[in-house]
Design a binder for this molecule. Structure first.
Ligand SMILES: [Zn+2]
Length: 153
């Protein structure tokens, strides 16, 4: 029997975004720079037939924590969006001058919708999980009305 382990990060992480593609729609609130306190649920499963407390779930938990730390208090932006590039540069200038640091930006290949962010997190975790552990479910809740869930079983 395989073992299932859940990581529930209902303690949210904050991020900012602005959806360039949505700007065309004008009235869509996501066209303006805004933030979200998102939460994440991750479920992984051991592929081993042997029940064991020695399964490397600790590593899976570290990977989930790692991706949350990467996204927390970041600007999540589409890499080809010229306005986001300008905004990121402005942030770097501002933080550089004041604190000698750069801003936290996570660049994505597509506009940062809930689905795109959820898939980014899923890929990040999948690519780093130790052998014998697979990602089975991920639920990204950007707002109570903007939820994306992937079931990978
Ligand atoms: Zn939004």
């Amino acid at each position: 029997m395989s073992v299932i382990k859940k990581y529930d990060h209902s303690i949210s992480f904050a991020h900012a975004n602005m959806i360039f593609a949505e700007m065309k729609k004008g009235e869509d609130p996501c066209a303006s720079l805004h933030g979200h306190n998102a939460s994440l649920e991750v479920e992984v499963k051991s592929t081993s037939e042997v029940d064991s407390v020695e399964m490397p779930f600790g590593d899976a938990g570290k990977i989930v924590k790692e991706v949350i730390e990467k996204l927390d208090h970041s600007l999540i932006a589409e890499e080809n969006d010229p306005y986001m590039q300008e905004l990121a540069a402005l942030q770097d200038r501002y933080l550089g001058k004041r604190f000698g640091m750069k801003g936290k930006v996570v660049w994505l290949q597509q506009p940062p919708t809930s689905e795109v962010i959820c898939r980014y997190i899923a890929n990040y975790i999948k690519n780093r999980l130790p052998e014998g552990i697979v990602l089975t479910r991920i639920r990204f809740e950007e707002t109570p009305r903007s939820i994306y869930e992937l079931n990978l079983t």
